[in-house]
Structure formats: C-alpha cells, structure tokens
Design a protein around this ligand. Structure first.
Ligand SMILES: C[S@@+](CC[C@H](N)C(=O)[O-])C[C@H]1O[C@@H](n2cnc3c(N)ncnc32)[C@H](O)[C@@H]1O
Length: 205
C-alpha cells in the first residue's frame, strides 16, 4: 500500500542520514587527532566517489585495491558499480576506520597497514592479479619521491592499460605523467563535492 511504501522510504531515508552523520563525526574525530594522515575533514561526497568508481570496469579480472578507504565512501560506490566486496581489498592505516568498514561491508578484505608499502601489502594478502588501484590517500602530505614510489609499485602490480585512480583538490597532478612509464588523464572539476575535487587516472604505458 502507498502509506506503507512512504513509511518504509521515510525510515530508509532517516537511516541513511544517521549513517552519513555518524561517518562525518568519525571522520572529523580522526582528522582532529591525525590531520595529515586523514587528509580531509569529511568523507568524499557521492558524486566524487561515483566518478572514481566509474573508471573501474567490474568485468576486468583480478582484485581491485583501494588505498585509504576511510569510512567507505568510495568502497560503497565501487560496490554500487557492480564489484562484489570479495573482489575488493582495502588498505587502511587507521584501525578504527578498518574496523568500521569490516562491519559495514561483509566480505570486504581489509588490511590495516601502510599503503605506501604496497608491494609488501599485496604479497602479504596473497594478491597476485590486480584489476585497478583506487586511491584516496592524501598524497600531497608526502614528498614527491614517496608519491612516485607508490605509483611505481602500483604500476608493477597492474597490467598495461589498467588504471591507478586518485582524487585530489589540487590544481597540479600529485605525480606528473611520465610517457615512457605511465600516461595521465584528468577529469573535470566535481563541484558537487566539498571542496571541489578532480580525478586523476594513471595508466601503465
Ligand atoms: C582523504 S581520506 C579518504 C577517505 C575515503 N576514501 C573517502 O574518500 O571519503 C584519506 C584516507 O587515507 C587513510 N590513509 C592515510 N595514510 C595512509 C597510509 N599510509 N596507508 C593507508 N591508509 C592511509 C586515512 O586514514 C584516510 O582514511
């Protein structure tokens, strides 16, 4: 009946708002205690998360590796895109966030650790085939050489043409293109995100 449907939709809407609110609080707390590691005061909005997930084709074989999942904004968009949680491995530094996404997405593989040690983390998790790497790490808090080393490790794990996807709020790329090693595409500004952000896609040459 219409009344029941309206009531169920209202309850579902209220639950969504409550979850979003509680994720916002978790994020703010994490930012207050570790601003450079958390890198943002609130989770990415759904338009940014969807733009990142849109680069991934769930039909590609292998695992999708997410770096810095936080409270799971991008994780949710990847799952919404059709990727089963079992094909996703999330590497998160903050143990509270890791525990949160473990409970939020049953079946998701969660590793607590340093995503900048990507090769070791993948080896330790037994991942041999990687379809894409999706990163929300606050790369600009690290020196350029360390960012480049991370990209090097991702490219070593990816087949040619497959993406390393990164968002940032900056005007310049977190790592420049190196045509002999990787290409770089940048999307348009996502203004329905606070602050506005862009998605940078690196592909192994
Ligand atoms: C800007 S937040 C993005 C969170 C989430 N993906 C989103 O878009 O809302 C950055 C995330 O990266 C995590 N992080 C920072 N440094 C890390 C590292 N070295 N290894 C793994 N995760 C890290 C932070 O704890 C945080 O969850």
């Amino acid at each position: 009946m219409l009344v029941h449907r309206l009531r169920d939709e209202a309850i579902a809407g209220a639950r969504r708002v409550r979850c979003q609110y509680s994720d916002d609080i978790k994020f703010l707390r994490s930012w207050a205690s570790r601003p450079l590691t958390t890198g943002a005061v609130s989770p990415s909005g759904r338009f940014l998360a969807r733009a990142m997930a849109a680069v991934v084709d769930p039909a590609w074989p292998g695992m999708v590796v997410e770096l810095g999942p936080g409270t799971g904004a991008v994780t949710a968009a990847l799952i919404e895109r059709g990727l089963p949680p079992e094909r996703l491995i999330a590497i998160e530094y903050n143990p509270d966030f890791a525990e949160h996404i473990r409970a939020r997405f049953p079946g998701l593989h969660v590793t607590v650790g340093d995503a900048y040690q990507l090769t070791d983390a993948l080896k330790h998790a037994g991942v041999s085939e990687v379809a894409a790497v999706v990163s929300s790490l606050p790369l600009f808090t690290r020196p350029p050489l360390q960012r480049r080393r991370l990209l090097d490790q991702a490219m070593a794990a990816l087949p040619p043409g497959r993406p390393f996807i990164q968002f940032s709020y900056a005007l310049v790329p977190p790592v420049p293109a190196e045509p002999s090693r990787w290409t770089l595409d940048v999307g348009g500004w996502i203004v329905r995100n606070l602050p506005p952000a862009r998605v940078w896609t690196y592909r192994k040459a």
